[in-house]
Design a binder for this molecule. Structure first.
Ligand code: ATP
Ligand code: MG
Length: 413
């Protein structure tokens, strides 16, 4: 893609109300735009990153048998009254009514909607288990929406729901999904902890959160210095500095400021009992289905990646989520014509995704934009470099001159 055609252009200054790093850099580099507090447009570059994040999630969830679908975002009051969450979750819901005074809520999660789908379609144990998921918008009336795209009032979520004939089956699948989440967050390049937590408005059972340590995070966890024991402060019983009850070796440390990028919930039969989702078991008995739900916020993931990987010049994407594989920077000379275009085309033939800076602007501006946008590899084509291409990685200060073939080889590593 030609950078001259990219919308919008980068900005030198961040908006005044952008207080967090992810907000400042993502706006300046042209990934997101804020419409109002907590509500963002994913601009073409931002949508590319989120699409890549989603694809990683999709691949791992498909591997554990998830089936992708799409559910409505406008929900009738009645369905949320069946579980009592119309009142219980009132604070975070955006409720509205139409001209006929019928009441609705904008989707903030989908357990009740999935339950309705299940009761229409599940009869016997042979219809279970079911595992379905979607990528869709969630609306939550967040009191403080000041951490940029980490906390939106409208944001993207991958939500997976599974239904089972027994607690054992549910917990086995829960562990499988936990494993899939570990793979997802590793592939995304995070250093994270799997933390035991409370279920909030979802369940009285303990749940697991996937937490990334970062200064802009709003959660606090207690974790062992030696083993993988870690719990959210909401359920931590004990004191900082005491011996770990799990490994009996390490000390419990308090970690302020973590970002929750994912959360999984073994919900049990609570929803099925309230919404009458029963199945006929092998012995002919009528039983409620066992239910679990699993969320990841891809837009929060994008913001968190920026928080953990940037410098004072801009973003540093890793190659699995970067909007392009390479940033081809053309420094236009008097005599050379079409060399950058030729290299761009050859790279495309080699299946390399290229952002080609074809603009007539000074070299310094091109380099500054390249650092701000943060594509992992910058290739400079110029008269001075002759037939060679200058290779520089965003995370390094060193550059080297390579032939086209060497560039392609290095990209494939
Ligand atoms: P938090 O405690 O941060 O408010 P939550 O526990 O209410 O989040 P869940 O209901 O567990 O969130 O949602 C699943 C995932 O959706 C979260 O792990 C997070 O990645 C994402 N998410 C939740 N709320 C938001 C938000 N306001 N903006 C962006 N992403 C969000
Ligand atoms: Mg959560």
């Amino acid at each position: 893609m030609r950078q001259s055609q990219l919308f919008p252009k980068t900005r030198k200054e961040a908006p005044k109300d952008a207080v967090s790093v992810n907000h400042q850099l993502l706006v300046r580099a042209g990934y997101i735009d804020q419409l109002m507090s907590g509500s963002f447009t994913l601009l073409p570059l931002g949508l590319r990153v989120v699409t890549k994040i989603n694809q990683i999630i999709r691949e791992e969830i498909n591997k554990v048998g998830g089936l992708e679908l799409a559910m409505p975002l406008l929900h009738p009051k009645e369905i949320w009254s069946e579980t009592g969450r119309w009142d219980k979750a009132d604070e975070i819901m955006y409720k509205l009514s139409d001209s006929r005074k019928k009441e609705y809520v904008l989707s903030f999660t989908h357990e009740e909607i999935v339950m309705d789908l299940l009761r229409k379609n599940i009869n016997s144990y042979q219809d279970l288990p079911v595992s379905i998921y979607q990528f869709s918008t969630k609306f939550r009336n967040e009191p403080r929406a000041r951490s940029g795209i980490l906390r939106g009032r409208e944001f993207m979520m991958k939500d997976l729901y599974s239904a089972h004939t027994s607690e054992t089956d549910m917990m086995e699948y829960y562990e499988k999904v936990k494993g899939a989440y570990v793979k997802i967050f590793k592939r995304l390049g995070f250093d994270f902890k799997v933390v035991e937590a409370s279920g909030g408005v979802f369940t009285d059972k303990h749940t697991h959160e996937f937490q990334v340590i970062n200064a802009n995070g709003e959660d606090t966890i207690f974790a062992c210095s030696e083993c993988d024991f870690s719990v959210n402060k909401e359920i931590f019983e004990g004191k900082e500095g005491e011996k770990c009850s799990k490994c009996k070796k390490g000390k419990i440390e308090k970690i302020d400021n973590t970002v929750e990028v994912g959360n999984i919930f073994p919900l049990g039969t609570w929803y099925a009992e309230r919404m009458k989702v029963y199945f006929m078991d092998k012995d002919g008995g009528k039983k409620p289905v066992w239910f679990a739900s699993y969320g990841i916020g891809p837009t929060r993931v994008m913001g968190t990646l920026v928080e953990v990987s940037h410098d004072d010049r801009g973003i540093m994407w890793n190659k699995v989520v970067a909007p392009f594989d390479v940033h081809l920077v053309e420094l236009k000379g008097k005599n050379e014509k079409g060399k950058a275009e030729e290299i761009c085309n050859k790279l495309k033939e080699a299946e390399v995704d290229v952002l080609w800076d074809d603009r007539d602007v000074p070299a310094g501006e091109k380099f500054a934009d390249s650092d701000l946008i943060g594509i992992p590899v910058r290739l400079v084509v110029s008269e001075r470099n002759g037939d060679k291409i200058e290779w520089k990685e965003r995370t390094s200060d060193k550059s080297e001159l390579l032939t086209f073939e060497e560039v392609v080889q290095k990209l494939q590593k």
